[in-house]
Design a protein around this ligand. Structure first.
Ligand code: PNS
Length: 159
């Protein structure tokens, strides 16, 4: 069984992430969306909330599992016996960061391959940071995130 891990912060998951997950679910038997735990960075959503939102937004896709992980990605990849790390690549600006991560991961584990998928054109400019900013200033985020995320963000921003 071929497994890909799609790691990230997903704070929150947006339509660009979901587009990548949908593409990956057609290519791999199992796609593990792995939310990275980062003690240094306080998120908008908690880890549990992020996992829950991704689960709800991707429940129609076959072979997709959602988990949280802590520590090095290469260790988690081994633990779940994945064959590839999956990342979305939106623009040239992403390249340097992604290149650095992919090569660092490879130097930590020579057998690890990173695969990049391009999201759809409609979601190519999306980022969690920008979605949060638009929502915080009362902008309409309907086209950028699934309904469950929109509702959860509205709830948080009310508090
Ligand atoms: O969505 P992001 O914030 O760009 O995702 C970055 C992420 C979580 C994939 C990356 O920070 C990561 O893999 N963190 C786990 C710790 C680790 O293995 N770091 C070394 C890899 S460069």
């Amino acid at each position: 069984m071929k497994t890909a891990i799609y790691p990230g912060s997903f704070d929150p998951v947006h339509n660009g992430h979901l587009d990548v997950i949908a593409r990956a679910s057609k290519l791999w038997d199992r796609v593990i969306v792995a939310v990275a735990l980062n003690h240094e960075k306080e998120g908008f959503f908690t880890m549990e909330e992020r996992v829950d939102l991704i689960e709800k937004a991707s429940c129609h896709l076959e072979g997709v599992q959602v988990t949280a992980f802590e520590g090095l990605l290469v260790d988690y990849v081994k633990e779940v016996e994945a064959n590839a790390v999956l990342r979305g690549l939106r623009a040239v600006s992403d390249f340097e960061y992604e290149f650095q991560m992919a090569l660092m991961n490879r130097s930590l584990d020579e057998t690890l391959e990173t695969v990049f998928l391009m999201p759809s054109q409609e979601s190519i400019y999306l980022s969690s940071r920008i979605v949060k900013e638009v929502a915080a200033f009362g902008g309409d985020i309907d086209r950028f995130v699934p309904l469950v995320v929109k509702q959860a963000m509205a709830q948080k921003l009310k508090r």
